[in-house]
Design a protein. Structure first.
Length: 323
């Protein structure tokens, strides 16, 4: 009982700390020190995504993975050292792409404003602009994050929700970061862009319960189609998460989930919660009437998780290395 009370107190303090840190972020934070930073980031990101639209989803995922481990401090960008393995080399992050794109944008900003803009802020801006290029929503990004100096692979394993989580586990994972059920379903809508390796969902296709069957929560026709693409041991083939429009940010994800065609267990799991299911059905019925607005709001909220501001952290010269 005492341990439970202690956990509640610690959780509450962490949430308050995260919220207060997020409140220290502000719009136009660099208006005096680097007034053209957003224009530079937008220009470079637009060039990158126009040439390689499939990078938008990995960048969105990278921002999510960064914020869920130690907060939005750019720790996912750090390289491993001889002494310690960094987050980017943890199993959930080994499929991340786009580090070179972030470095390219950082270099462009450094040329104009050396030592001023953090990698954590650049990642937040790049993510916003990458989504926008694919016809997604645009949101104002509060800035002022500092870069962390610590990156631990094991923390990625314990903080990132895996694709096989059920809805109770997903809600608990998001709640631990100050995000609610609506944030969960809205941010899951980011699966409207991008691809996934077969290995991330093949357990749903083969021998799901030990009887050589597929996951009953997955539409049988869709499961059959996926089996034609993915063998049980396939670790290289990529499958579109939103077939037919995986390079366009839209509301189609919710229609797929409603039809039991969400690619991951965590997608299908959303239907198990009545309020989340109601949100999904509402987006389907109204063709995503509020999705873009909701997504923008949840992204701003997520971008404030556990940020370092003021005298905490640093402004890295290169995103993969501490100064």
């Amino acid at each position: 009982m005492a341990l439970a009370k202690h956990f509640v107190v610690v959780f509450a303090l962490l949430f308050v700390f995260n919220s207060c840190s997020g409140q220290r972020l502000k719009l136009r934070y660099y208006r005096k020190t680097c007034p053209k930073v957003e224009a530079i980031v937008k220009r470079e990101t637009t060039r990158i995504i126009t040439r390689a639209p499939t990078l938008a989803a990995p960048l969105l995922r990278m921002h999510f993975h960064d914020c869920f481990v130690r907060g939005c401090d750019g720790s996912v960008l750090l390289n491993s050292t001889r002494r310690a393995q960094a987050e980017k080399d943890a199993i959930p992050n080994q499929s991340l792409r786009g580090f070179g794109a972030v470095d390219r944008v950082k270099s462009a900003v450094e040329r104009k404003c050396p030592g001023v803009v953090s990698c954590a802020d650049i990642l937040a801006l790049v993510t916003r602009d990458a989504v926008s290029v694919l016809n997604g929503p645009f949101w104002k990004v509060p800035l002022g994050r500092k870069d962390g100096k610590v990156s631990i692979a094991a923390e990625a394993l314990t903080n990132l929700p895996p694709p096989f989580f059920n809805v109770t586990q997903l809600k608990a994972s998001f709640a631990s970061k100050g995000l609610n059920s609506k944030d969960l379903v809205v941010l899951s809508g980011g699966h409207t862009i991008g691809t996934s390796h077969c290995s991330s969902f093949s357990s749903r296709l083969y021998n799901f319960t030990g009887r050589g069957d597929s996951d009953p929560a997955l539409d049988s026709n869709y499961a059959a189609r996926l089996r034609r693409k993915c063998s049980p041991t396939d670790v290289t083939t990529l499958v579109e998460m939103d077939p037919g429009s995986f390079k366009t940010f839209d509301e189609d994800y919710f229609a797929l989930v409603a039809k039991r065609r969400g690619l991951f267990t965590s997608d299908s799991a959303l239907l198990a919660d009545a309020k989340i299911r109601a949100y999904i059905n509402r987006q389907v019925a109204t063709k995503g009437s509020t999705f873009f607005k909701d997504f923008a709001k949840s992204m701003v909220k997520m971008g404030k998780i556990g940020v370092l501001t003021g005298n905490n952290g640093e402004i890295r010269k290169r995103c993969a290395f501490v100064n």
